[in-house]
Design a protein around this ligand. Structure first.
Ligand code: F6P
Length: 366
């Protein structure tokens, strides 16, 4: 029977479990055999017990759990040829040459590099006598389907990444809670949120949480930002607002590319208004907890679609990433998704807001 491996890689994201569950059960329903590769690519590098066959009941009860129960890692060894070489051997030992990889852009880029080197690894393993000619002939290429697991919502080609919706819920919950204490004291709060190079979480969090101001990586501040911010805060107070809420992305910068952090913003407010703003850094709270309904059903549909895709793919099919566009499952060539995402990062680094948003091209920005 066909063997299909599934792994989660990079930062965990709520909904990864739903995807793993759907991959395992769809695989079983099709008479194929699912394997979990534990601790991300690190598990493939290590082999042995890290690669485990999954039964139907092994994924029971994980749909509502946050994180990823099969573990994840940012594997250092897998970045080297020698680590990838071990990974190829361990997969071939189990007869696995079809993989559903759930991870962020870094993980998907690493996956693509591995896939490109696959034939060379097979040839080398054959030469080393580690595998037989028969095994080499049976697995001429690695067939990959990627799903995007990242709370950042930073991959080009999909409207939503797995985990982004839940992380946004965490942010909005926190903002609601902070708002009540802020309003009681008529205070200003600066809340730092995750998202690395992508402003999705801070921007949507600001809109959904009713914030007064937002700093995103795509929109670096220019000279005079302190006055603009304080003027807006002052007007809010004059209009009767009891609390002021400022969101700042962990990756926010000024136009010289220097990091713009919450303490710097607090200092600017203190200097201009005499007010002592409070700072809350939400941190990994955003990545934890039970996935939202959206992250559960979307990840389930994507896991199902991934197995459909991978069972139909042949050794000469191009690798794809499955995502969501306008509420439909969509396929994007893996290489293109990785390339376009890198281009967006370049625009963000240059502080070119318009180019970044246009290149990202997701429906929520258009
Ligand atoms: O990519 C997800 C993410 O949570 C980012 O938003 C953040 O920059 C990063 O991971 C934090 O990484 P770590 O969990 O390794 O500290």
């Amino acid at each position: 029977a066909m063997r299909i491996g599934v792994l989660t890689s990079g930062g965990d994201a709520q909904g990864m479990n739903a995807a793993v569950r759907a991959v395992a059960r769809t695989t079983l329903a099709r008479g194929a055999v699912p394997y979990a590769i534990r601790e991300g690519w690190e598990g493939a590098v290590q082999g042995g017990d890290y690669i485990q066959e999954l039964a139907w009941s092994d994924v029971s009860g994980i749909l509502a759990e946050g994180g990823t129960v099969i573990g994840t890692a940012r594997s250092v060894e897998f970045r080297e040829w020698s680590g990838m070489h071990k990974a190829a051997l361990h997969l071939l030992e189990r007869g696995i040459d079809r993989l559903v990889v759930i991870g962020g852009d870094g993980s998907l880029a690493g996956t693509d590099e591995f896939r490109e080197g696959w034939a060379a690894h097979v040839a080398q393993l054959l030469e080393e006598g580690a595998i037989s000619q028969q095994v080499a002939d049976a697995h001429p290429s690695l067939i990959v389907v990627g799903l995007v697991g990242s709370i950042d919502n930073d991959l080009v080609g999909t409207d939503m990444t797995i985990g982004a919706d839940t992380a946004l819920h965490r942010i909005v919950d926190a903002l609601d809670q902070i708002t009540s204490t802020a309003a009681s004291h008529q205070r200003t709060f600066i809340v730092e949120v995750m998202g690395r190079h992508c402003g999705y979480l801070p921007l949507m969090g600001a809109v959904a949480g009713g914030a007064d101001y937002v700093f995103t990586p795509e929109n670096p501040v220019g000279p005079g930002w302190e006055d603009d911010l304080c003027e807006k805060l002052r007007r809010g107070r004059a209009a009767g607002r009891r609390e002021s809420m400022i969101l700042v992305a962990e990756g926010a910068t000024d136009q010289t590319g220097a990091h713009l952090g919450a303490p710097q913003i607090a200092e600017a407010i203190r200097e201009r208004t005499g007010e002592d703003a409070r700072i809350t850094i939400l941190g990994h709270v955003q990545r934890g907890g039970t996935p939202s309904a959206y992250d559960r059903w979307m990840s389930t549909l994507l896991g199902y679609a991934a197995v459909q895709e991978i069972t139909q793919a042949g050794h000469d099919s191009e690798p794809v990433v499955l995502g969501v566009r306008n509420n439909r499952v969509t396929r994007i060539p893996l290489m293109k998704a990785v390339r376009d995402t890198r281009a967006v990062k370049g625009y963000v680094a240059d502080g070119d807001y318009r180019a970044a948003m246009a290149a990202r091209g997701t429906s929520f920005t258009t």
